[in-house]
Design a protein around this ligand. Sequence first.
Ligand code: 13P
Length: 267
Amino acid sequence: MRRKIIAGNWKMHMLTAEGRALARELAPLGKEAPGTDVIVCPPYTALSAVGEVLAGSGVHLGAQDVFWKEKGAYTGQVAPAMLVDIGVSHVIVGHSESRGRFGVPEPGMDDAVLAHFGDSDKTVNLKLRAARAAGLIVLCCVGETLAEREAGQTDAVVSRQVAGALEGLDAGELAGVVMAYEPVWAIGTGKTCEADEADRVCGVIRSEVGRLFGGSAADAIRIQYGGSVKPGNAGDLLGRPNIDGALVGGASLVAADFAAIVKACPA
Ligand code: 13P
């Protein structure tokens, strides 16, 4: 039986005082949902403040990204050990927004601007491996755009991203990886992937892990769904055989909604 895992990705929200206040409301979830891993991922600037509030609560602290080098002349980057140093235990890598693939493209975000969000399968792999080497649990995101889905490429895109992200990992490294299926077209759009389809694609991810690492790795790996998860759809999604958790954006900013999603996990 795989343990459920619910993570809140706060994205670029919350000044430190706001983050502290939200964390105070979420802290009881560690005790109220002992069968579920609960993680909150504030922006870098609020990590320490939120970590102080969550200390000892059983709710884990996650970052939203990480760089792959230990130290050096990499202006603006954050090393895995720097996250560990301030109490971070989990990190998201390969989020579609870090790959420059947005659910709701903004006007003015042309290719020259999108290049800022430059993650590729290769950099996702570098980040993932560096994070695992530092002992961080990785939430590794994959997912197709609407154009890719409409072109019938969903399974191929997702499989390619899984293989790229996990390339060269050994069993120990893989044991600390959680995959997250986040269809780009469902992120921040209010469009949830139907639970049957989300479960099917999570099954594709599981099969790809099996092809690469064998059947027991496929059975063991946890796979989250992300994309407009709300209290109203969480129970349906979380009851599916291949869905082991949720990666929650907008609804994780509202304490009652995030708590309801955590409590929607089957016991
Ligand atoms: P929403 O829940 O706001 O659609 O965001 C999902 C997501 O990207 C989580 O990482």
